[in-house]
Structures are given as C-alpha cells and as structure tokens.
Design a protein around this ligand. Structure first.
Ligand SMILES: Nc1ncnc2c1ncn2[C@@H]1O[C@H](COP(=O)(O)OP(=O)(O)OP(=O)(O)O)[C@@H](O)[C@H]1O
Length: 985
C-alpha cells in the first residue's frame, strides 16, 4: 500500500497492511531475475524498465525469455492480483476489517488467495508444458467464476416453485433441448445438494466462519489445459492457462452449445451464456414491451397499476397499511400473516417459512436503519409516494423490458459452483441489522413475514412490491420485497425473481444492496434487503435546478455506479438495466444500485493484458510511476490525493477516434492490465429500458458486457443534460433513434469537453469499439473525466447531496446527568436550558449543525449517530446514546436529556409528545412562547446547507461527542437551576 497505506491506515491502527507485505514476500520468494535482463532497472522496483517492457508486448506465459507473469513485471502483476482479489471499492472495507481483527483471525486470507493464484499462474506458465495461449498469444486467462450460494435445507423454495421454475427456464426451448439441458445440469452436479440449489435456486447462506476459509484447490484438466479452482470467500477463482478463446462465440449454434457447455468441464472456465435467439427483437418485440408498473403513479388499491403488486392483494392502500401498522402494534403475529397473505382466505399464514440469513453485511459508514424511526420513514415514504402520485418527480417514462431467452439462465446456472458458500461477507459482520435478524432467528427458529411489521408500501415493480418494514421488537428497518408466487408463475417471471435473488446473495459491496434474508411460503417469496431512504436518482435529478446534476455531482454518482458495475462484471453479472430509477440513495448520500431481475449471469475470464508500446513512443509520454507520492491511482505505490498517476494524458488527441484512444490508454498504462470483464457473455434476450437499450440489443445481434457501458453513457448523459439522447415521441421512435441517429449534445447546459468525450466513447454504436467493452471499467476509470478522483476512497467522500431527511432519531442521556438529577426523578427540560445549548453550539460555530426543534428537541444535521463507532466512543465518555425506532413518546422527555431528532418531518409527533409530557410535568409557564421562538429558529436552519467536515471520520465523532458532552453539561446546569427555581416557586 506504500504511502497510501501508511498515511491513511497505519497511524490509526498501528497495524500494517498485511496484504502488501504478503505480496512482497511472495515476490521476493520467487526467483525473479528481472534486473539482469532488463536494462535500466535502477529504481527499487525497476519500474522504468518494467514499464518499457510492459509496453512492448503483452504478457507471454511460458515463453523462454523473461516471460511469464511476475517475471518481467512483478510489480504490475502484484498490483493486478491485488486488484483481482479485492475490488477497489471494497478494498477499504476489507482493510478495515483486517485492521480491526487480530492477526490470523480471519478465515479468509486475500494475500493467501493471491499467493495461490499467483503460484497457479506461475507454475502453469513455467512448467506445465501445456501449450500456452497459442492462439491468443499473450493472454493469461484466469477464470473468476462466482460461486453459487447453495441453499441449506431450510432455504429451499417451496415445492410448488421448483418445477414451475424450471418450466420458466425452458419456456421457449423445445422439449429435446430442455431434456438435454436438464440432463447436462444433472450430469454436472455432484450431489443432491447441488441439485436442490440449482433447481430451486433458493440459495442462501451458510454463514459459518469456516466457510470463509480459503478452500483447497481442485485441479482438473480441461481440454488439455490445466484448471485450478480456488475459492476465496464467495468466489471460486479458477486459474487456467488455456488455448485461444474467441472473443465471441460463433452464432448459430448457440443453443446446442449451451447444452454441451454445461456438460463439459471446460465450461467451468468459459462463458457459456450462449442463448438461442428465439425472438427477433427490434420492432417485432414490441408486443412484449409493456410499461413497468413502477413508473405509473401509485394507484392505491387499483389493480391495474401493478400486476405484481402484492400490496394490492394485501390491500395496498395507505389507509390499509396505516391500519395494519396500528394493528401490528397490538395484534399478534398471526394477524399480520393474514394481512400479508395475498389471498387471505386460506390464512396460510402458515407462513412456514424457511428463512435464512444470507450473509454478513458490511456498510461500515452507512448507518444501519436499526433503531430508526419507522414513523419518520413512513412520513418520508409517504412524501415520496405523494410525489409520485402527483407526478412531480418520479414519473419516469422509462420502463424495463424483460424478455428472456430462457436458456440463458440455464447455462448461467450451470456455471455456478454448487459448493457451499459462506454466507459471511467480508464486511461489517457487526452490522446491527444482522444481529437483529439473527436474534429473531435464534428466538423463533426461523424468520418469517410475521416477524415484520409492514410500515409502508414503498413501491411496486414488475415482479413484486417493496415495503418498508420493521423487524418487530428489534427497532430495525428493512426493505421487504414481497413477491406473489402464483403471479410469478402465471406470468413466467419466476426465473427473473430467482435471478434477482441469486445475484443479491452474491453481493457484498458498498454500492450494492445487502440481502439479509430470504424466505418463502407457498404463496409469497420475500427478500429482506437493506432499506434506502433517500429515494432514487431519477427523483433526485428532478429536484435539481434545471433538472440536471452539476458535473461534479454527476461525476460522483457515475463513479460509484461504475464501481458497482465493475464489481458485478467481476462476478459475471451483466447488469443490463442501468437507469437513474434503479439507483437509490442511501441515508448517507451514497448510492445503491438495485434491481437485478433483468441481469445476465455468466462466467467471466479475467485476462491479464500486457500493454504494447508503439515503437519510438517517447518515454515522457508514458505516465511514470509516482516518485512524488502524489498519485491517486489505487494501483500506484505512491498514491496521494492530487496528481493522478497513469491517467492518460493524451486522450484528448484521441477523441477523434476510439481506436486511437484505446491505443493511447494502453500506451500510458505501462503495467499489464487485469481485465475482469465477461467479454464473451452473449445473450439475445430483449431486456432493458427503451431509452437505455443498446443498439445491439435492439438489432437482436446478441449482446454482452458492452451493453452496460452503453447504458452507462446514456446514464451520464441523462444526469448531465436532464434527458436521454435518443428519446423519441414513442418507444418505436426511440428504438429507431438509438440505432440510426448519431449522438448530439444539447447546447445547454454547458458540459465539459471531458464529459462529452466520455459519453461519446461510451455511446459508440458498435459494441466492439465502445469504451469499456474490451478492458472494462478500468478503461473508463482512466478517462480524464475522472481525473483526480480517488476511487478507493470514494465511499468515504462527501456525497453531493444528503437525503433531505434523516430518518433516524436518537435520544441521548448521560449517566452523570441522570445521577445528578435523581433527587428530582424527572428531568425537566426547559427552554432556558435549550437556550444555553443553543448558545454553546453557536459559540462553537456549529449552530448550523445542531438546532433546536419546535418541540424542544435538538436536531443534529449531519453524521450518523447510530454508527457503532459513535456509540462506542460515547460509551467511553459515559454518554449513552440510544437510538429509537418509533415515534417519540412523552416519557422520552423524562428519560433522556437530549433528544436528537434526525428527521425533521416528524416534528409534529415530537411536538405532540412534548405537549403531552409537559401537561403532566412541571414546566415553565412561558414554554409555548419559547417553542414558537425556537420554531422560527429551526426554520432558518432548515435552509442551511453546510459542508460536513465531521462526517464519517473518527475525529469527527470525537468532535461531535465533545460538543454533545459540553451541551449536556450546560443543559444539566440550566435544568438544575430551572428546577430549583420551579421548586422554590
Ligand atoms: N432497498 C430499497 N430501499 C428503498 N426503496 C427500494 C428498495 N428496493 C426497491 N425500492 C423501491 O421500491 C420500488 C419497487 O422496487 P422493485 O425493485 O420491486 O421494482 P422496480 O425497481 O420497478 O424493478 P422491477 O420491476 O424490475 O423489479 C421502487 O420504487 C424502488 O425504488
């Protein structure tokens, strides 16, 4: 990690970043004679020479002269391997975890994985005698196949869902194909477990610690090539050195090959996402295109607004939910089940439910929605619903189209390893939501719908309805996606639901959703996900001046989306439905890419591409390794925050031609590049959203990973210009425009050259020439539009916009305060005390961060009080922070000294509680007047937008706590004075 690691992690923890050491040791242990061969190898790592050599030719494995990964380019391979094993965005989280754990405590060793991976590559390269990359010449392929999460027995889908699900798979296949494919699946599966897992697809966790461990390497020979399969956490990495693999599979024999490929071991390392082209898309497909219900205003209780709306069956009206909410408060679980059951006549409600915790979450910086205020969230969700109903913001004309060719899924399934996967994810096992889920499971044996209180319907999609739900008794909020099995079966959407669930089970990334649990009954299937209170980017864009984001904000959002897509591609998932509507805003302002039911799953073959250098290219044009410790490039050894390393400097020259640009990018990246892109993925499904559909999908030419880079271009365009580039008056015209119209940029708003250049590179109609299609996200990240961006730390960056409402409420008390006031029993909060508090924060220049609510509560504008670090720090200081997930109660005013109400929308609740409390308690006579005064004070500060220097960092917490402590003390003094006044009067 070099300076980077030292600067940013070591001082805090005192630990070293072990992965780098491990890698270094690994490389030292290998007899690398680079220096003798490479002239000019003078620096510590011989970077100059390495760079030159790297630029001349791609990596050659097994060749006699200085070839082989790690021999001619040890540094770059090292970096490449690191990049492979830890996606850059999650690297931070992984490090955090490592640093917080005692050495050796983790079952997963990324360094170990790298070693093994490296060993496998080098051994193969040097000694196997296997014909190496004859056809491809210069590529070492490392297959990274996401491992299928298997179900445990309790995670099986209901019987009724299994067979029909297969039917969905094969809906468009002829019987013989189906039989072949089924047979192929069965042939490949070694154990009944796997059959269950693949057929039911109801995989879920096995969150046992040992399953995190690096597994043994299974070796096999595939078509003469050696394949080593190595499992790291959730992924099985298969290392192979194989003969040339065509980038594109030949067309025409797609279906047959699917079946065959499933049966053949070679498909472990090959993409087998071939799908028969069953439907000629383009305009013939338009009958299948229908508007997605979610884009229609939520019609309460209407049946046609959303076919899949479980909520309709449930009685989806707001009033219903409200009443349900109330009933929940008093009724038993049975009643809840009945309410939730879509056809309640049967009271099924047997909601037997085989639940399973899927894994362990991370989200270290984002607050958990545990202990929040459901009511507040309810209000917020109400607001959002109202907005939709009014068509104010979220009325999007963009509807997803999901027309699958069925065998895609089949082949994808076959690619998933059937072995058991640890449910544990390498991040934040301490997430309160996991604890809450586990606790309920422990208590009741399993998790079911009756354990959730549905607070609000958030929205309705193509395959299900999403509710804001509280895990009863746990003060934890989740988004609960409820799908009606009968509906899914009758509409042949079971495969989509299955795909979504299976993909979500694999995810462990800051910008992708965490699936906490999955359970199903005969009637319903439910996904328990992380709840995002910030709405979606479509809505957020509409709120911007001019309905478009500033370039800075757009850059932030697209960068986070890029990292999410990169991670998905590494897992072999082509997302296919990128659009602002599918990007939710977390409460910390960072994004979450959702909705995977249209995604394509396939194998991915990581490729280490060695850069080539044109003869005579002056060395100065190549980015030099950073000697000045000023590089922000995560792969750089000397990163810093200002000057990007390896960023192409000549790209502007290349704007005339994608080809030239790509070459230049290669030239300026002297290191071999690791490309983990599902480049050979192919599907003929007609899926996506009209305005976002890539030309190759519309033309029915078969598509692969490049569709995500097309949609990425449209997405950036829309964020910047407030509209998509090819939108026509109707869907047909839009599709026609996509295929035939050239890209034009509106004259306003003014958008920078770099942004336009990036869009131009992405919106190339031929997928093979599109930016990102060959080298994936890495290529896009290098574009000057992103210059200066610190990819690894973006999750800690301050988002352009925080959700308007903090949907969390916190009550604070200090033990000291309570003791001091024990004589009185009740602490009487007074406006005078609040005045003192206000003065203090004002004096400290922090009055825009804290204000006093009309109810006399103190609002803290930024930061996340629920963060476990915050809690731990406050505990050390004897301050107790209790986060609550319910409306404020009158007694809270007695029990807590400070009530930090994070959600301004629930002010009325607070005021009501306050008034009820005050009626029964002693209170100064002028309270009402003061309350009014504070109200106007509050209003003023509502409008204040302040940067957030305290957000996210430990020092920030400390400062907040300082402030809090001061405030508490002052408050106490005033309270005591006030109380004694009251007593004496
Ligand atoms: N985790 C979440 N937190 C908050 N809101 C969510 C969450 N997941 C989904 N939503 C919202 O719920 C609504 C329905 O989502 P859902 O994914 O079911 O439908 P969709 O996005 O229309 O996708 P599809 O129809 O393809 O399933 C959307 O408005 C979405 O923004």
């Amino acid at each position: 990690m070099g300076e980077y690691g030292k600067n940013h992690y070591m001082p805090r923890s005192g630990n070293k970043y072990s992965i780098e050491e491990d890698i270094n040791r690994l490389f030292e242990a290998i007899d690398i004679r680079t220096s003798s061969r490479v002239s000019g190898f003078s620096s510590e790592f011989g970077r100059d020479a390495l760079r030159k050599s790297a630029m001349k030719r791609p990596v050659r494995v097994g060749s006699s002269q200085a070839s082989g990964i790690g021999i001619s380019e040890p540094v770059s391979l090292k970096q490449a391997l690191r990049g492979l094993c830890i996606s850059q965005a999650s690297e931070m989280a992984a490090m955090k975890k490592r640093l917080s754990k005692p050495a050796g405590s983790s079952g997963v060793s990324e360094a170990g994985a790298i070693k093994r991976l490296y060993r496998a590559v080098v051994v193969e390269a040097n000694g196997s005698g296997i014909p190496l990359n004859e056809g491809k010449g210069n590529l070492v392929e490392i297959s990274l196949v996401p491992e299928k999460i298997t179900s445990n027995s309790s995670d099986k889908m209901p019987e009724s869902l299994q067979v029909p699900d297969k039917e969905v798979f094969y809906q468009n296949s002829n019987p013989s194909d189906k039989a072949t494919t089924e047979k192929a699946i069965m042939t490949r599966l070694p154990s009944p477990d796997r059959v269950v897992s693949l057929v039911s697809g109801s995989g879920s966790e096995v969150s046992k610690p040992e399953s995190k461990k690096l597994r043994s390497i299974d070796s096999c020979s595939i078509n003469g090539a050696s394949v080593d399969s190595l499992q790291i956490g959730s992924s099985s990495i298969q290392v192979c050195v194989e003969t040339a693999v065509p980038d594109k599979e030949p067309k025409g024999k797609l279906h047959a090959e699917s079946s065959l490929s499933i049966a053949s071991a070679a498909d472990k390392v090959k993409s087998i996402c071939e799908t028969p082209r069953l439907i000629k898309p383009v305009f013939r497909n338009k009958n299948f295109i229908r508007k997605k219900a979610k884009h229609e205003p939520i019609a309460v209780g209407s049946s046609n607004s959303c076919n899949s709306c479980v909520g309709n069956d449930l009685g989806s009206s707001t009033s219903y939910l409200d009443s349900q909410t109330q009933e929940h408060a008093s009724a038993n679980g049975k009643k809840e089940d009945m309410k939730v059951s879509p056809v309640s006549s049967s009271k099924n409600d047997s909601i037997e439910v085989n639940s399973s915790v899927v894994g362990t979450s991370f989200k270290s910086t984002s607050s958990s929605n545990c202990n929040n205020k459901p009511k507040a969230l309810l209000n917020k969700a109400d607001d959002r619903s109202r907005s939709r109903e009014k068509g104010e913001f979220s009325q999007s004309s963009k509807s997803s189209i999901g027309e699958y060719s069925s065998s895609t899924t089949t082949s994808e399934e076959s690619n998933m390893s059937g072995s058991s996967r640890s449910g544990s994810r390498p991040h934040m096992s301490k997430d309160l939501r996991w604890e809450a889920i586990r606790s309920v499971q422990k208590q009741h044996g399993s998790l079911s719908l009756r354990h959730f209180k549905l607070l609000k319907k958030i929205g309705c999609g193509d395959i299900g309805t999403v509710y804001l739900a509280e895990l009863t008794g746990m003060n934890c909020l989740f988004a609960l996606k409820v799908m009606d099995n009968d509906f899914l079966l009758s509409r042949k959407k079971m495969a989509r639901a299955q795909t979504e669930k299976e993909i979500m089970q694999m995810l462990d990334h800051p910008f992708l959703p965490t699936l906490y649990a999955y359970f199903a009954t005969e009637k319903l299937s439910c996904l328990v996900m992380e709840y995002c209170p910030g709405g979606d980017l479509h809505v957020l864009r509409q709120k911007q001046p001019g309905r478009s984001f500033s370039e800075q904000a757009a850059r932030f959002y697209v960068a986070e989306v890029l990292l999410a897509l990169e991670y998905l591609h590494m897992l072999g998932v082509v997302y296919r439905d990128l659009k602002p509507e599918n990007i939710l805003v977390r409460e910390d302002g960072h994004i979450m890419l959702t909705d995977f039911d249209l995604s394509l799953r396939c194998a991915v073959n990581p490729v280490v591409l060695k850069s080539t250098s044109p003869v005579g290219e002056p060395a100065e044009k190549m980015s030099s390794p950073c000697s000045e410790s000023s590089c922000i490039e995560p792969f750089c050894l000397n990163p810093s925050f200002q000057v990007p390393c390896f960023t192409p400097r000549l790209l502007s020259l290349a704007s005339k031609s994608r080809k030239i640009k790509s070459d230049l990018a290669t030239q300026t990246s002297p290191m071999p590049q690791l490309v983990v892109e599902p480049t050979s993925a192919r599907s003929n499904s007609f899926v996506g959203t009209h305005e976002y559909l890539a030309p190759e999908i519309i033309k029915g030419e078969g598509h692969g990973n490049a569709v995500d880079w097309w949609t990425f271009g449209i997405f950036l365009f829309e964020l910047l210009y407030g509209k998509t580039p090819f939108k026509g008056s109707g869907n047909d015209e839009t599709l026609s425009n996509v295929v035939s119209h050239s890209l034009r940029f509106p004259s306003s708003p003014i958008v920078s050259f770099h942004a336009r250049d990036l869009i131009r590179g992405l919106l190339v109609k031929e997928p093979e020439n599109r930016l990102g299609s060959v080298k994936g996200a890495a290529e896009i990240k290098q574009h000057p539009f992103f210059e200066g961006l610190n990819w690894a730390l973006i999750r800690c960056a301050t988002p352009p916009e925080m959700p308007r409402f903090f949907d969390t409420g916190f009550c604070v008390s200090t033990t000291a305060l309570q003791k001091k006031d024990s004589s009185k029993g009740n602490i009487c909060r007074s406006p005078a005390a609040e005045g003192v508090f206000r003065d203090i924060v004002k004096k400290k220049g922090l009055d825009s961060k804290f204000n006093i609510d009309s109810a006399g509560t103190i609002n803290y504008h930024e930061g996340n009080m629920a963060d476990p670090r915050m809690r731990a720090a406050s505990k050390r200081r004897g301050i107790e922070i209790t986060s609550i997930s319910r409306p404020i109660r009158p007694s809270d005013f007695r029990d807590f000294d400070l009530i930090l109400a994070m959600d301004k929308s629930n002010r009325e609740d607070i005021l009501e509680a306050f008034n009820r409390w005050k009626d029964r308690e002693t209170f100064p006579a002028d309270a009402h007047k003061k309350v009014r005064l504070m109200c106007s004070y509050c209003k003023k500060h509502d409008e204040t937008e302040v940067p957030d220097p305290y957000y996210g960092g430990p020092q920030g917490f400390e400062k907040v706590l300082d402030l809090l402590e001061d405030a508490c003390e002052s408050l106490l003094d005033s309270i005591l004075v006030e109380n004694s006044n009251i007593r004496s009067s």
